[in-house]
Design a protein around this ligand. Structure first.
Ligand SMILES: [Zn+2]
Ligand SMILES: [Zn+2]
Length: 288
């Protein structure tokens, strides 16, 4: 047994009332309290915890997607992909950030470490594009009743959508990594919005790395790559069809949006398996 030491006891009391400044999950440097409040690069609805846990220089370097040129995929510059797609099976996609070298590094860090703290902060980053999409669609977001609606603090329950779905990974990839980052992001979004996570899609085969493929190869590669579960989709509306056929609105979460072929293939599979009309809205962490 350790002997009693007033000094040690005093240190323990101190550590309880004055926690050490947390290390930034992205760069490992200590986060100095209040420093992030001077950073301009804060988005509306970015949860306040993000500012407490991430260092000011990391926040300052986030390439948020603020300007939208293509209304379908949310790209900030001319889009060669969407005009070629005659009738997409999804309504639109919005992304939090541009996929630059820094963001590539953050996602790689998370994918290879699977760190919970990183996961929470990446999920925080989905809130600004969700808000952006809600604003564009003219949707009201409401804070839970009885709670003060502080800037970016109350988890907004967005009444417009019915559930959060996600892009699945192959069994091989899941086994190799131990988790599906898109599913984890969907769970994070669920925790922040109150929307349920719906497990609707499966991947029929392992497709290899998309990043080494050309646009044509990607489109060919994603054909019939996904299968939706009709029973799970039917379960989204537990009391059967309503008298007035209103579409079920889904958020479809993924980590990266590149050409949109994955989003399109998943949406097509969902639409084909659904017994009632679906409206699918993509929400992706990065736009490459
Ligand atoms: Zn940092
Ligand atoms: Zn586009």
């Amino acid at each position: 047994m350790k002997s009693f030491s007033p000094f040690r006891l005093w240190n323990e009391v101190l550590s309880l009332i004055q926690p050490a400044s947390p290390a930034c999950p992205f760069c490992g440097k200590p986060v100095s309290y209040g420093a992030a409040s001077s950073v301009r690069n804060i988005q509306p609805l970015l949860p306040a915890v993000f500012r407490r846990q991430v260092c000011a220089s990391c926040i300052a370097g986030i390439p948020w997607v603020n300007r939208i040129v293509c209304p379908v995929c949310g790209r900030g510059e001319y889009c060669p992909d969407c005009p070629r797609r005659s009738r997409p099976h999804f309504v639109c996609n919005r992304s939090a950030v541009r996929y630059d070298d820094r963001m590539r590094g953050w996602l790689a860090l998370y994918k290879y470490r699977g760190n919970e703290e990183l996961e929470e902060r990446l999920a925080d980053m989905l809130m600004p594009p969700l808000r952006q999409m809600a604003l564009e669609l003219g949707v009201r977001t409401a804070a839970p009743r009885g709670r003060k609606r502080a800037f970016g603090q109350a988890p907004d329950r967005v009444l417009f959508w019915d559930a959060v779905a996600y892009v699945p990974v192959s069994r091989e990839r899941a086994a190799e990594r131990g988790f599906n980052q898109a599913e984890r992001l969907a769970q994070g979004l669920s925790a922040r919005t109150g929307l349920p996570v719906a497990h609707l899609l499966h991947r029929t085969r392992h497709s290899g790395k998309q990043s080494f493929k050309t646009r044509g190869e990607r489109m060919e590669n994603t054909k019939e790559l996904f299968r939706a579960d009709p029973a799970a989709i039917a379960g989204l509306r537990p009391y059967g069809m309503q008298a007035v056929p209103s579409p079920v609105r889904l958020l479809l979460v993924d980590d990266i949006y590149t050409t949109g072929s994955t989003m399109e293939a998943c949406s097509a599979a969902l639409q084909q398996a659904s017994p009632y009309p679906l409206r699918i809205y993509g929400l992706t962490w990065a736009r490459s």
